[in-house]
Ligand binder design. Structure first.
Ligand SMILES: *[C@@H]1O[C@H](CO)[C@@H](O)[C@H](O)[C@H]1NC(C)=O
Ligand SMILES: *[C@@H]1O[C@H](CO)[C@@H](O)[C@H](O)[C@H]1NC(C)=O
Ligand SMILES: *[C@@H]1O[C@H](CO)[C@@H](O)[C@H](O)[C@H]1NC(C)=O
Ligand SMILES: *[C@@H]1O[C@H](CO)[C@@H](O)[C@H](O)[C@H]1NC(C)=O
Ligand SMILES: *[C@@H]1O[C@H](CO)[C@@H](O)[C@H](O)[C@H]1NC(C)=O
Ligand SMILES: *[C@@H]1O[C@H](CO)[C@@H](O)[C@H](O)[C@H]1NC(C)=O
Length: 923
């Protein structure tokens, strides 16, 4: 009876909410930035949303984003009217109490969070006065996990409106060197491909995603509400055969262990497949499909067993058999006949599987037990604790148990605990069209054992995270962090001991790098340690009970509070201006079905019938799994890599051909996947050996400029070195251009877009002015100090950071860059500094798709072959041999300029055109 009443109340409330949903047209998200920095596989992401209330009355403004489940939120702040409001991380009980107090005082409060397959939701809101602005800033951190040979950084972009100033910037810095980097995900589709740029230079990589407002409405997963989807940055680092990377800083260290070059060891695997009645339909069908694929992938020297179970246990064979083609075929026939029926006897199944593995000699091989189930134990032994203790006794730490929980009817906590107690992990398999791929994907992660019984030893280390591991699989990685006793780096000695087949192997004595102990890097190694320690304590807590559990929980809580992590033990209390409701953010637990959370929340709202505006948005909520965009694996054809080039050191004697070849080996540049290139110029200092005609710069009024050029010593003109990148792994070409030139940067005649730049010949070089003409009457002139706009007869000068609308063009001036969107192009003009002088550098973040474009930014990548002749290298470009010298140039097309090696030649040779073609008579 009570239940009916509650439901009626809820229904009424939902109706009321639906009619008062905030009208998003009332507020304008004028800027939305996602900035992700990954250093040593630790990612810190900041989402910044700036919103203006354009109405004449105060409005409730919402901030609503999704972040990866694995991440911990570490900071949330709002700026309103010059005032910062910082969220505070508190123990969950304490935050909950605050929340309950707020409710009892008649204020409503929301628990802001929910779950999807890989994402969690963060949502809050605040009242903003008429014509006021608010900035929301959310920071979260995560340690990237290597799976199947790669790391994946998932960035979810859903600002809920098309945004003028929308951008995603990702910067990756890996000391070991980045072996490859790709961009995937639902947003990496054809329609958006030209808004993605990627730059990869050995240890660093950048990905930028700058879609225009139009693109935000028209791409696959986008609509009138703008963008909605994922960008997934996939990469890996270089590996050698040794101990791996160890970073130390400020008394902390982190060790990434994933050596290359090991050979696989044969495995013994037993599959336990639940065929109870609840597996009926698609689940059992997908299981059959996945199982057949998995059996196919077994190696000839693997041994395997197959058990299906419901209330009964059905062995395919009583013992493990070798994965010969005959046995595999026979097992596949058996797999095809698996039918759903009966109850679920998990206890009996796991015990039978364990005894099959125990009966098989293990020497030189690795044993694995995999359980797939979709429900609770309902038959045979059903007491969860008894099952867990039976299983522990049967397995006795001899091999790992992996539990796959299919769907949301499983008791995931039970499976997780049982896996962790037996050196394995539990994974949820989502009931979806790709469930068979999820099953197969999990199997692939454990398909190739390389080492067993690993012990990682750190003499001189303390407060270590987990150091013993039963397995190391190909494509994965083991991470250990800790403190260095007394920060004594001298005595710190890491070592890994493990079994590879029948051999004991030891890894030790690599060159470990000691990072500079600046607070920045020191901070991040320490945070990796804290992140990993908290994660592992939470896993341990799950396995324990009584006072031990409380102790571990207390430790995890203390660390979470110290490092301000929102974990399952802490909550963030969102601070707001006085008089507003309190929001409390909890991190949901895995295993909580989607929707359960939402119910809790709605029930809490029913405390008040007149819901305050801050909660109106909840009515629009769907179960989170329904909102999850389908991450397109392997999608993302053709992204554009655009990066600028730049000059380096002063050119030596001989006008730029300064370096003897032998002394300047060109390192193996990994520029794989570059499918576009543009080059750009840079100051390279004064080349004294080049004869020059003294040339006085004219100022208005014909008076010579007093300084710089007319100096007494004969100063040489600045040379600007341009890079022309390739789309292969070969180094870029470079060439020099005398300063004082007016260059054609981008001419896009079909859209009436013209961009020209003036090189600086007197100070540092680079560009001192860039001018954009769009249609007949829209003109923008950019210098390092500001932006001048001419729209028809009106001229305005801007030095602030608000977006400027120039007819159909948008110009946004930020700290160190000017962002110009016109037609289907998006141009970023970076502001760099050298010797205290600023200069401009243009980069095309979105390349128009037209083919009739001209200019330096529209150049296609260089293509050449190397031809070795005696001690000289010639390059063959379009059947023509050209002599080239190894040189360096600075790439100014990235935020932090980067020196790269290049092949230096004349501009005509590199461009295969007259340089004059790139000059314009006036800006
Ligand atoms: C991104 O964040 C990093 C670290 O806080 C900062 O150094 C960098 O300037 C930011 N990049 C952008 C484009 O805002
Ligand atoms: C491990 O995986 C990589 C690809 O990720 C593959 O090239 C290599 O051969 C594998 N090693 C073994 C021993 O199977
Ligand atoms: C590290 O370990 C020492 C002793 O084992 C302990 O006193 C100290 O509190 C630990 N530090 C942290 C941050 O846990
Ligand atoms: C790790 O393994 C070693 C040797 O295999 C053992 O001596 C040690 O007690 C184990 N440590 C933990 C924490 O289990
Ligand atoms: C360690 O570094 C030295 C010099 O930097 C180098 O010669 C040596 O080969 C390195 N050793 C290993 C195991 O990488
Ligand atoms: C120029 O400015 C005036 C006054 O601000 C305005 O009325 C006019 O429409 C503007 N002209 C153009 C072409 O934008």
């Amino acid at each position: 009876m009570e239940r009916t009443v509650l439901q009626l109340t809820l229904f009424g409330l939902l109706l009321a909410l639906a009619t008062t949903l905030p009208n998003k047209d009332d507020w304008d998200i004028y800027s939305f930035h996602i900035n992700s920095t990954v250093t040593d596989r630790y990612a810190t992401t900041v989402i910044t949303s700036r919103v203006a209330n354009r109405m004449d009355e105060s409005k409730e403004i919402e901030f609503h984003v999704r972040i990866p489940k694995n991440a911990f939120i570490s900071k949330f702040r709002m700026f309103i009217d010059g005032q910062a409001y910082d969220g505070i991380v508190k123990a969950k009980e304490q935050a909950q109490k605050q929340y309950t107090d707020a409710v009892s005082r008649g204020q409503s409060a929301g628990i802001v969070s929910s779950v999807g397959r890989t994402l969690e939701e963060f949502k809050t809101s605040v009242t903003v006065a008429a014509h006021q602005k608010v900035t929301f800033e959310l920071t979260y951190e995560e340690l990237m996990k290597r799976t199947l040979g790669k790391y994946e950084l998932q960035i979810h972009a859903r600002p809920m409106q098309p945004v003028k100033d929308f951008k995603v910037d990702v910067y990756i810095h890996e000391k070991a060197g980045i072996s490859f980097i790709n961009v995937k995900g639902g947003l990496s589709t054809k329609a958006l491909a030209n808004a993605i740029t990627k730059t990869h230079a050995d240890k660093q990589a950048w990905v930028h995603f700058y879609p225009t407002e139009d693109q935000q409405k028209t791409c696959d997963s986008c609509g009138v509400d703008g963008m909605n989807g994922d960008l997934v940055i996939v990469y890996d680092v270089n590996r050698d055969t040794s101990l791996g990377d160890i970073k130390k800083s400020d008394g902390y260290f982190v060790h990434h262990f994933a050596p290359a070059g090991l050979s696989r060891i044969p495995k013994n695997v037993v599959f336990l497949i639940d065929q109870s009645g609840s597996m009926h339909g698609r689940k059992i069908e997908q299981t059959r499909i996945a199982l057949i694929h998995i059996l196919n992938d077994l190696a000839e020297d693997d041994y395997f067993g197959l058990i299906t179970f419901d209330g009964d246990i059905i062995h395919w064979k009583r013992e493990l058999v070798q994965a010969s083609s005959g046995n595999v075929e026979s097992a596949k026939s058996f797999a095809r006949t698996i039918r759903d029926r009966g109850a679920t006897d998990i206890n009996q199944a796991v015990l039978k599987g364990a005894s099959m593995l125990n009966a098989h000699p293990r020497e030189g091989s690795a044993s694995i037990l995999i359980l797939l189930t979709d429900g609770d134990p309902t038959s045979g032994e059903t007491n969860i604790e008894v099952i867990q203790s039976n299983v522990r006794r049967a397995i006795a730490d001899k091999f790992p148990l992996y539990c796959l929980g299919f769907g949301f009817d499983v008791n995931f906590n039970f499976l997780e605990k049982m896996s962790l107690q037996n050196n394995g992990v539990a994974r949820r398999i989502y009931e979806d069209s790709d469930a068979d791929l999820q099953l197969k994907g999990f199997y692939e992660e454990v398909a190739t054992p390389l080492l067993t019984d690993l012990t990682l030893l750190y003499t001189g280390g303390t407060n270590l995270t987990q150091t013993n591991f039963s397995m190391y699989y190909n494509g994965s990685e083991i991470v250990v962090a800790g403190q260095i006793t007394d920060n004594d780096v001298e005595t710190f000695a890491p070592q890994v001991v493990a079994i590879s087949g029948r051999r004991k192997v030891t890894f030790s004595g690599t060159n470990t790098s000691v990072e500079s102990t600046g607070t920045e890097s020191g901070g991040h190694i320490q945070r990796v340690w804290a992140y990993l320690t908290v994660k592992q304590l939470l896993e341990k807590e799950l396995q324990l009970s009584g006072p031990e559990k409380e102790k571990v929980k207390k430790d995890a809580l203390e660390l979470s509070l110290k490092y301000s992590f929102v974990t399952p033990l802490t909550s963030m209390v969102v601070t707001k201006p006085p008089g507003e409701n309190t929001d409390v953010l909890h991190k949901p637990k895995e295993g909580e079905a989607p929707g359960r959370q939402a119910n809790t929340r709605i029930r809490q709202h029913s405390f008040r019938l007149h819901s305050p505006p801050s909660h109106r948005g909840f009515a629009g909520m769907m179960p989170t799994n329904a909102m999850l965009p389908d991450m397109k694996r392997g999608g993302g054809a053709g992204y554009h890599m655009i990066s600028g080039g730049m000059a380096g050191p002063p050119v030596g004697a001989g006008g730029g051909a300064g370096y003897p070849l032998a002394a300047m080996p060109v390192p193996a540049f990994d520029m794989e996947d570059f499918d576009d290139a543009f080059y750009a110029a840079a100051p390279i200092g004064r080349a004294d050996s080049i004869p020059r005609r003294p040339k006085l710069q004219k100022r208005p009024g014909n008076r010579p400029r007093p300084t710089f050029v007319a100096a007494a010593t004969t100063p040489a003109p600045l040379l600007h070195r341009f890079l022309l990148k390739t789309d292969s792994a070969s180094p870029p070409l470079c060439f020099d251009v005398n300063g004082a030139a007016l260059l054609k940067l981008l001419h896009h005649p079909s859209r009436e877009l013209y961009v020209n730049g003036e090189l600086d010949s007197v100070t540092n070089g680079g560009f001192k002015k860039i001018v954009i003409h769009f249609t007949a009457d829209q003109h923008v002139e950019v210098t390092t100090t500001g932006v001048t706009v001419r729209l028809g007869q009106n001229v305005t000068h801007h030095t602030g950071q608000d977006p400027i609308t120039v007819g159909s063009m948008t110009v946004i001036r930020r700290d160190k860059e000017i962002d110009v969107a016109a037609a289907d192009a998006r141009l970023i003009i970076l502001v760099h500094q050298k010797n205290g002088e600023e200069f401009l550098w243009p980069v095309l973040r979105q390349k128009p798709s037209a083919t009739n474009m001209e200019g330096i930014l529209a150049l296609t990548p260089a293509v050449y072959e190397e031809v070795q002749q005696a001690s000289l290298t010639n390059l063959k470009i379009k059947d023509q041999e050209i002599s080239a010298t190894s040189a360096t140039a600075v790439d100014y097309g990235v935020v932090f300029p980067l020196t790269m090696n290049c092949w230096l030649m004349s501009a005509e040779s590199a461009l295969q055109r007259r340089l004059d073609d790139f000059f314009v008579a006036q800006l």
